[in-house]
Design a protein. Sequence first.
Length: 150
Amino acid sequence: MSSSVTDLAEVIQIVVAPVFMLTGIAGFLNVMSGRLGRIVDRARIMERRVNTIKNPEFLEQSENELKNIWRRIKLINRSIGLCTASALFVCAVVVLLFVGDLLLFDLSKLIVTMFIIALVLLIFALLTFLKEVQLATRTLQMGKEKIFDD
């Protein structure tokens, strides 16, 4: 009995690292979903604005900004999807650690493979997020709102 409790304690110690990773991924998802909300709000404003602008120059600027906003929405959605997939793989790793210990199966190769996949998905999620941030800062123009408020 004490042997199984000791084994369980060891498994729980091993599971702590992936659980911390889940916490980090949850933080990323929180940041990205908040960012997505702000981008969508901006898209709604720009869509209303495009429908009311009469000046062709301003209309073209607004339409270009709207295209960039939709690119950003696609990128942030992709990043959220990749992060979520990474979190699901980490959850599967945790489950397999417990199942392998409970059923006395050697699932180490599967666990390592799934953990590597989770990390690769997280890398791609962060790269996609970086791309979205770069697009946002590249298209930012100082004083643009003043032009449209006149």
